[in-house]
Design a protein around this ligand. Structure first.
Ligand SMILES: Nc1nc2c(c(=O)[nH]1)N[C@H]1C(S)=C(S)[C@@H](COP(=O)(O)OP(=O)(O)OC[C@H]3O[C@@H](n4cnc5c(=O)[nH]c(N)nc54)[C@H](O)[C@@H]3O)O[C@H]1N2
Ligand SMILES: Nc1nc2c(c(=O)[nH]1)N[C@H]1C(S)=C(S)[C@@H](COP(=O)(O)OP(=O)(O)OC[C@H]3O[C@@H](n4cnc5c(=O)[nH]c(N)nc54)[C@H](O)[C@@H]3O)O[C@H]1N2
Ligand code: SF4
Ligand SMILES: [Mo]
Length: 693
């Protein structure tokens, strides 16, 4: 007899979004017949996200059941990049990888193997478990600089540690400043909380080189030239001191060298900053008066304005503002960059840290192009990289200077295994491709970032096809490579549970059952009223860059405009910002039809006056380029940005570009200061009308 449809079971199961987004939403997932997902919605159990999620994740069925999802292990049978693969068994695939790693180790030493990962999933086990294999085998280390290499030292330099004011306090703020982050696209909940403040009368200021979706909601948009935030911050502080908005009681009690700062800022006038930022003196003065006029000023600092060579200096300079006015001391005042460090889950077991050997080189992930093409300085003078395992990242698209990355992956003598959900550009370059589970098919722990709730998620549905989790792949490879450590024998859930308990937290099941664990600190801590987490307890206007990285020499210690960006020149008179697209998450979701439709096509946003001067109409093709190469795309006429600024949103697949090469063809892998990091929004370019051949 045929089953009646009413035999279908439908339940709602809690989960957590794994993507690299500060919102880390709690989810409600429909589970049908125990093995299929239906709708994905936001869960109200997490007060910060309050049931709201972005469109990309609401459409997750499209990603889970995508016809192009990888379901079986594959071996490449055509040239690298050809996309010609044959299906093989898991045993054959894993044996091939283990053999290739052993061969590289025998011929070139263990450091010639480089496990490489990043932000596909933020789950602690699935993301960082790859380090177990690295540590057990003595493979090369990886400096995870690509996203936070510039921002983190910049914040650390002033505040001394990662805490900050709960975004929900914006409801009490009088001025809200969203600085260098397009929150409507990249972390929508910041906008919800800002709107709550605006309903209570707060003014919203957005500091961003273009009139993005967040700037469109603002009362004041300061469209500065990219990489000039340090100058703006200095001029604002100059006015704060000059006009008596500086809180000297606060400064004396909580900061290191306020007199030296005031003195240093004497010549950092609005006129000085206007010539650097492209803003007017009036705009800068008005903003400084608005900011200084209340202590209830909330600063939300993003990553975007740190993605320049001088990004750490800029982050530090801007983070000084609430220390000058004493805004930290009041409700609705202060700043937030990230509170992810409040969750202190010990990853000793996940990463088998006790197996880590000293003296092993650390390779900078952002310089993967230099590294794979044999740059001896990038290789720390050591062996070439001969074999890689890649999980959770798509460096062919997301890493800077992609022509070099491509040349590296094209090397015939390089063995690459990519563990993926889709046949990405990177997977196409692999010798062996392994199919990976998605987050609803495995267990993990998720650290907070924009809020302070640590969450645990359990597998919701069985793995599709022959997909295996990152944990299973690392364990299976470890066993084949003769590694002895109990983490290679344990289940994912047991590792998570033990990691939480040894960190002094409740069990994994308890945290799951109570829908997360609030790790936020009391008001006095999030506002640093008991002092800042530097040894002297003070906020540091004078940054100790040398303690944070080898590239510190030459960095200004007091806030400043540090002119080391890739400035415009006669040959390259424009500056390119490669901002994220709302419907992609880095390169994830760029294979999804609905996301692609919403984003339409890669476009260069160019000021309408510039287009008119060049005789290019909106929608016509334009070529942008520099010494690294050039890209043909569609011009979009824009206002609300400086005439020398050009914006290209989104990490599109290469094939979406007219000539098949993506935006990172033009960005530089020159490491940032003081500790590396990719300057994705710091690129000088030229523009040309399409010659139309
Ligand atoms: N939809 C979507 N959401 C995402 C992502 C995504 O790709 N798509 N990526 C996720 C990840 S990994 C991260 S790290 C976060 C990043 O999110 P954000 O913190 O928002 O940082 P960015 O994405 O780099 O850039 C955001 C904004 O910074 C601006 N900007 C660039 N240069 C400058 C500058 O010099 N000064 C100032 N003031 N502004 C500047 C850009 O114009 C852009 O509007 O978002 C996460 N969320
Ligand atoms: N031009 C330019 N480039 C940028 C940026 C920019 O603003 N401009 N932003 C940069 C930033 S902030 C970041 S964080 C990086 C991020 O870059 P990536 O870390 O590469 O992030 P994604 O592009 O999302 O790619 C993650 C991949 O992991 C896969 N994946 C997801 N979950 C799993 C899993 O559980 N297991 C395995 N094995 N794979 C999984 C996904 O299918 C996806 O292909 O990009 C950087 N690149
Ligand atoms: S990508 Fe961000 S906003 Fe969207 S569901 Fe995930 S955490 Fe929430
Ligand atoms: Mo990122």
């Amino acid at each position: 007899m045929e089953k009646e449809p009413d035999h279908m079971t439908q339940e709602t199961v809690y989960s957590v979004c794994p993507h690299d987004c500060p919102s880390v939403c709690a989810l409600e997932v429909e589970r049908i017949d125990g093995h299929r997902i239906g709708k994905v919605k936001g869960s109200k159990d997490l007060p910060y996200t309050d049931g709201v999620i972005c469109g990309k994740v609401a459409r997750y069925q499209e990603r889970m059941y995508h016809p192009e999802r990888l379901l079986h292990p594959l071996r490449r049978v055509g040239p690298k990049g050809s996309g010609q693969f044959e299906q093989i068994s898991w045993d054959e695939a894993l044996d091939t990888v283990a053999e290739a790693f052993s061969r590289a180790e025998q011929q070139y030493g263990a450091e010639s193997v480089w496990p490489y990962y990043y932000a596909g999933t933020m789950g602690l086990l699935m993301r960082k478990g790859i380090n177990r294999l690295r540590h057990a085998k003595g493979y090369s280390n990886m400096a995870g600089t690509i996203c936070v290499g510039l921002s983190n030292p910049g914040w650390q330099a002033g505040a001394g540690g990662f805490n900050g004011v709960d975004a929900r306090e914006m409801a009490k703020s009088e001025v809200i400043v969203i600085w260098g982050t397009n929150v409507v696209s990249t972390q929508v909940h910041v906008m919800s909380h800002a709107l709550a403040g605006m309903r209570n009368g707060a003014k919203l200021v957005v500091v961003d080189p273009y009139h993005n979706k967040t700037a469109q909601r603002a009362d004041v948009h300061l469209a500065l030239r990219p990489g000039t935030d340090g100058a703006l911050a200095c001029a604002v502080m100059h006015v704060l001191f000059r006009e008596g908005y500086a809180d000297w009681d606060y400064l004396k009690r909580y900061t290191d060298e306020p007199e030296a700062l005031e003195q240093h800022l004497r010549d950092k006038t609005p006129a000085w900053a206007a010539s650097i930022t492209g803003l007017t003196v009036e705009e800068i003065e008005a903003f400084a008066h608005l900011y200084g006029g209340t202590k209830k000023s909330y600063l939300r600092l993003g990553y975007g304005f740190s993605r320049s060579r001088n990004g750490a200096v800029n982050m530090h300079a801007v983070s000084c503002l609430p220390a000058v006015t004493g805004a930290w001391a009041v409700e609705g005042g202060g700043a937030l960059f990230s509170v992810s460090a409040l969750a202190k889950v010990d990853t000793q077991l996940i990463e088998a840290k006790e197996l880590k050997q000293s003296g092993i080189r650390t390779l900078d992930m952002s310089r993967i192009g230099d590294i794979l093409t044999g740059d001896s300085e990038a290789l720390c003078g050591g062996a070439p990289v001969m074999a890689m395992l890649i999980q959770n990242t798509n460096p062919m698209v997301v890493a800077p200077e992609s022509a070099k990355v491509r040349a590296g992956f094209n090397r015939e003598d390089l063995f690459v295994c990519v563990h993926e959900q889709f046949m990405t550009e990177t997977a196409r370059m692999a010798d062996i491709v392994l199919p990976a589970t998605m987050f609803l098919e495995h267990d993990d722990i998720y650290n907070p970032d924009g809020h302070a709730v640590l969450q645990v998620a359990r597998q919701v549905v069985p793995a599709a096809g022959e997909c295996r989790s990152n944990h299973e792949v690392i364990s299976a490879l470890g066993q084949r490579l003769g590694v002895k450590h109990r983490s290679f024998e344990m289940s994912a859930w047991d590792i998570l549970d033990e990691s939480l308990k040894t960190s002094g937290y409740p069990s994994a099941q308890e945290i799951y059952d109570q829908r997360g664990l609030d790790v936020s600190t009391p008001f006095a801590e999030s506002h640093f009223l008991n002092g800042f987490p530097h040894a002297d307890g003070r906020f540091h206007f004078r940054a100790d860059w040398a303690s944070m990285g080898a590239r510190a020499p030459g960095m200004p210690d007091l806030p400043d405009h540090w002119a080391v960006t890739d400035e415009t020149s006669e040959q390259q008179p424009f500056r390119l910002v490669t901002a994220p697209a709302q419907n992609f998450l880095n390169s994830s979701f760029n294979e999804i039809a609905s996301s692609r439709q919403k984003e339409q096509q890669p476009k260069a946003r160019v000021h309408v006056d510039v287009l008119n001067r060049m005789g290019v109409a909106d929608g016509e093709r334009i070529r942008i380029g520099n010494a690294k190469g050039s890209i043909l795309l569609v011009a979009e006429a824009a206002t609300g940005q400086h005439t020398d600024t050009v914006i290209v949103e989104g990490l599109w697949p290469d094939e979406a570009f007219i000539e098949g090469q993506g935006i990172n063809l033009l960005t530089s892998a020159q490491p940032g200061y003081p500790a590396g990091g990719a300057a994705f929004h710091d690129t000088s370019i030229w523009l040309k009308p399409d010659s139309g051949h």
